[in-house]
Design a protein around this ligand. Structure first.
Ligand code: NA7
Length: 546
């Protein structure tokens, strides 16, 4: 179906995993839909994260769509974990396979969206490369990603720095020439841990600026031949089923209910087996690791000891193992040669807690103890304004002229992480208060897309003009989200981005539903089966308020 320019049924913001799947479903349902994408290519977060070493931390098979068995059968991944370029190739394939490329407008940033009560439509402002465009649509779906707005520090002197400033999550399309350069990397989350080893290989000198070290486990990435991948597909259905029943949306083996109740030998065997298998499986070795701080500390100390066993310089080892938060309370990080990289003579680590940055200078960075580190380039792997940031970057104005920035001044408030009271017909995919960052996000997306597509189809079939959550249902959902977060060890790391603490002025609120993928699926299924209980579906002339 071909759509005209100004009038659409559905506007989707973002051409990552979420927006592409939503467009594919919307087209299949016969909607006039279009995706607006800020980037010059598709891929969303994966488009921007093109830094050396960028790779997903879930296995390729688990990190791909399962909505179409034929798609699943015809695509062959070449490595255990998909690299950033391969993910882009996969998404390109998906877009071509479903013939939806003409529904995606690139270099098109949605800057504002205003609800027009009279027409019952969203008026969406799109800033293109050359011109500003306005489109209207009955339905607006934000598929903007949870980790798509990099958060950068603000140090004195950064403007004076004469070298290159690079951002992991906004890496230049033309690969910068970093060979033989003196480089610093700031940040040791997933992005920093991935970018550090390849940069160390080409830099003259690499300095890692560490404030909060991660718990790091080996990825054990390896090539996968076509024959091996096809063999894996034979067991694909069972694997999908196991994943469906796993909180993260990816199944990992459990060795027992409680780490602290297990014997030292049992613990050692379980932890070592997960360490050898690679990936984040280690967090699932015992069922209480994310809820019992004593059990958690047993794993945390085991991981610190592993790191100390690899990193030869005791001072650097101490810096990289100074975690004071429970393992898993921030994202566990999987690596290839991260700790080993610090055994190179040309790589150093600075503990910013002991020696903070005083300022940047023209030639590098000056530390509080007066030490100057001369630099040609600094790489910021300093994280994201997660969850709410990409949504609030758009000036969204709902019913009665009320802005979303105002509505969320105290933190995100949603129903099911899908809709906000006062913002009819506006939906989020993997938004705040949904599983999103607490799950394999592709699986979280595959929960939202069919739910939203079915809801829109139901509304269209029944002459519904507006869909909006009931305030009581939304309040109840917010309480559930907070309640679950309190049970987890995450509540002991309120200084993390999961709580918004990495962004100055951001309200302290847990950003995701942590009840897991299976529980969330049941919630969505019940809502759909009940005829959308918790939502007000109003026909023309009816009100959807309260
Ligand atoms: P993360 O996980 O938010 O990591 C960002 C890191 O940057 C973290 O260690 C921060 O420590 C550090 N940071 C932030 N600001 C500074 C300053 N000013 N100085 C030193 N260090 C700083 O982001 P990633 O991009 O690595 O990973 C995001 C997700 O991508 C990840 O969860 C995976 O899902 C994939 P801080 O906590 O601020 O002390």
């Amino acid at each position: 179906m071909h759509e005209g320019t100004g009038e659409l049924d559905l506007v989707i913001v973002g051409a990552g995993f979420a927006g592409i799947h939503m467009l594919q479903r919307a087209r299949a349902d016969g909607l006039r839909a279009r995706v607006y994408e800020r980037g010059a290519g598709i891929g969303g977060t994966w488009y921007w994260n093109r830094y050396p070493g960028a790779r997903c931390d879930f296995d390729s098979f688990d990190y791909s769509y399962e909505f179409d068995p034929e798609l699943e059968r015809e695509w062959v991944w070449s490595e255990r974990y998909p690299s950033q370029p391969e993910i882009l190739r996969y998404l390109d394939h998906v877009v071509d396979r479903y013939g939806i490329r003409d529904g995606i407008q690139l270099n098109a940033t949605v800057t504002a969206a205003r609800w027009d009560e009279a027409s019952g439509r969203w008026v969406v402002t799109v800033d293109g490369a050359a011109e500003r465009e306005t489109v209207t649509a009955k339905w607006l779906v934000l598929a903007v990603g949870a980790l798509s707005r990099p958060q950068l520090p603000d140090y004195d002197g950064l403007d004076d720095f004469a070298g290159l400033q690079l951002v992991a999550g906004d890496w230049p399309e033309t690969e910068p020439d970093l060979a033989g350069k003196r480089i610093a990397v700031m940040g040791t989350g997933s992005s920093g841990v991935q970018v550090i080893p390849p940069l160390a290989q080409i830099a003259e000198r690499l300095t890692v600026l560490v404030r909060t070290p991660s718990y790091v486990v080996p990825a054990r990435n390896h090539p996968v031949s076509t024959a091996e991948y096809q063999e894996l597909l034979v067991g694909g259905a069972e694997r999908r089923e196991r994943n469906r029943n796993a909180p993260l949306g990816v199944h990992f083996p459990s060795y027992g209910p409680s780490a602290k109740a297990a014997s030292a030998d049992e613990r050692e065997a379980a932890f070592q087996s997960a360490w050898d298998a690679g990936g984040s499986a280690i967090l699932s070795t015992f069922d209480d690791l994310l809820v019992d701080v004593e059990s958690n500390e047993l794993l945390a100390e085991w991981l610190r000891a592993k790191a100390r066993g690899i990193v030869r310089d005791p001072a650097i080892a101490a810096t990289l193992t100074s975690q004071t938060y429970p393992v898993g309370a921030r994202r566990i990080v999987i690596d290839t040669d991260f700790y080993e990289t610090f055994n190179r003579d040309d790589v150093d680590a600075v503990d910013l807690n002991a020696t903070p940055i005083a300022r940047f200078t023209r030639d590098g960075v000056r530390l509080a103890d007066g030490r100057e580190i001369p630099l040609d380039a600094i790489v910021f792997a300093t994280g994201y304004d997660a969850g709410t940031g990409p949504i609030l970057a758009i000036d969204i104005v709902g019913r009665d002229g009320r802005g979303l920035r105002e509505a969320w001044a105290g933190g995100p408030a949603t129903h099911l992480g899908i809709q906000v009271v006062g913002f009819p017909n506006l939906f989020m995919i993997s938004g705040p208060q949904s599983p999103s960052i607490m799950a394999n996000v592709v699986k979280a997306i595959e929960q939202h897309v069919p739910f939203l597509a079915d809801l829109i189809a139901h509304a269209e079939a029944h002459g519904v003009r507006t869909v909006e959550p009931e305030p009581a249902a939304a309040a109840d959902w917010g309480a559930q989200v907070d309640g679950i977060a309190q049970i987890l060890v995450h509540s002991r790391a309120t200084g993390s981005w999961y709580f918004g603490a990495n962004v100055p002025g951001k309200p302290n609120a847990f950003l995701a539903y942590a009840g897991g993928i299976p529980a969330y699926r049941n919630v969505l299924a019940d809502v759909e089966a009940s005829g959308y209980e918790g939502f007000v579906l109003a026909k023309a002339g009816e009100t959807s308020e309260g």
